[in-house]
Design a binder for this molecule. Structure first.
Ligand SMILES: C[S@@+](CC[C@H](N)C(=O)[O-])C[C@H]1O[C@@H](n2cnc3c(N)ncnc32)[C@H](O)[C@@H]1O
Length: 384
């Protein structure tokens, strides 16, 4: 069983080694057989990671951290905080509690929430942490949540589930690869709850989710500084896809419906004065025509997800570039460029090597292809 005490000797060691790398901490611990090695490594790793991932924890110096896996699987404060605003009500349940970050944030919008976790060490730590955080409307159950939800007579307003991935390190993965298998469990969940919110990997294929669930859903795609972090499926929904990107302490949001996307006729144009690169949530959602229609911009080519306009569009959800030159690809000997590859037909390493492009500086080079499939270099400066 995990040692949950931070005695004076342990606290002293943690304080001294707080800014060391984990291999150096492990080395120092190898000479201190009197100290609980795994526990201390977990605390130092947790404190280091929480600075960016869970900054609210700086107000709770006695917070206990579990394994590296617990911390890496947990939602970040930014994402947990966002998803907690999607639903509210009387009674919720989190079927895959883990480190409890999502449970804690969701608990603020419900009278009570049940936290389920089957791993004992994870469960014990989270239970203590909920007390420390003063979250006394969280009921903790050390139990297999599949059995729990099948057998409970409770009725919930919301079932939340953030399943494990059965197979890690895959490029694309399907909803059936989750543990517990959400697809199998869904009929049971929906017989016990008004709403269900499912967190899926940023690697999930959105179209396959829509096909597999085959119910009215909304999808929220959350990116943080243009790095896709979570795909959230809300049941019941109305066919909306909300593409969100956290930037400048704000969620920038672009929303569309898939049925409208299908009906839009795309307009194309060669690069004009401004170039637009939608943020990764929009690219992930496949809102390629909707973004062009809503902002009145033209696409460069069918498979080149870059857009252009003559007049500047304000507040575009992504990067806006003022075009300075458009050329057939040539070797770049002098200047440094931030190289972006969009459907150039070769990988970025090949482009850099072949055209002698040095990475860096503050100017952009977009390597892409136009409607005639001709390779193009578009040079420009970032505006926003
Ligand atoms: C991805 S993590 C959840 C992280 C959590 N949302 C957070 O923010 O900290 C999934 C957790 O679900 C637990 N889990 C997986 N299958 C379970 C089951 N059948 N019953 C209970 N817990 C389960 C795992 O042990 C793991 O801790």
């Amino acid at each position: 069983m995990h040692s949950l005490e931070n005695n004076e000797k342990v606290l002293e060691f943690i304080k001294t080694h707080l800014n060391d790398t984990l291999p150096n901490v492990a080395l120092a611990l190898s000479k201190r057989k009197d100290l609980p090695k795994d526990h201390i490594l977990n605390q130092i790793n947790g404190i280091q990671k929480s600075k960016s991932k869970f900054p609210f924890l700086k107000d709770y110096p006695d917070y206990l951290f579990g394994s590296k896996k617990n911390i890496s699987q947990a939602s970040s404060e930014i994402c947990a905080n966002f998803k907690s605003t999607l639903f509210n009500g009387t009674k919720a349940v989190d079927l895959s509690g883990g480190m409890g970050i999502d449970t804690y944030f969701i608990s603020k919008f419900f009278d009570t929430i049940d936290y389920l976790e089957r791993d004992e060490a994870t469960f014990e730590i989270s239970k203590k942490n909920f007390e420390l955080l003063g979250a006394n409307n969280i009921n903790c159950f050390l139990e297999n949540s599949v059995d729990f939800i099948k057998n409970t007579s409770n009725q919930y307003d919301l079932v939340y589930i953030d399943p494990d991935r059965k197979v890690d390190n895959q490029k694309v993965f399907k909803i059936e690869d989750s543990e517990p298998n959400v697809l199998e469990l869904l009929p049971t969940i929906l017989s016990k709850s008004k709403y269900c919110l499912i967190k899926l990997s940023p690697l999930i294929d959105i179209q396959s989710v829509i096909r597999s669930i085959d119910l009215p859903i909304d999808i929220n795609i959350l990116s943080v500084y243009n790095d896709c972090k979570e795909v959230l499926v809300s049941i019941q929904g109305d066919g909306w896809i909300h593409c969100r990107n956290w930037n400048n302490s704000n969620w920038q949001t672009f929303s569309f419906r898939l049925k409208d996307e299908k009906a839009i006729t795309m307009t194309f144009a060669d690069p004009q004065v401004y170039l637009y690169e939608p943020n990764v949530s929009i690219l992930k959602a496949g809102g390629f025509k909707s973004i062009a229609k809503q902002y009145g911009i033209n696409k460069i080519a069918g498979n080149t997800h870059l857009y252009t306009s003559t007049n500047r569009i304000e507040n575009f959800p992504g990067r806006t570039i003022k075009i300075e030159a458009i050329e057939a690809p040539l070797k770049q000997k002098k200047q440094q460029w931030n190289l972006v590859n969009r459907n150039f037909g070769k990988d970025i390493g090949w482009i850099k090597k072949n055209y002698q492009i040095k990475d860096g500086g503050n100017k952009f080079l977009y390597a892409c292809r136009n409607r005639e499939e001709k390779p193009l270099f578009i040079f420009g400066s970032i505006i926003s």
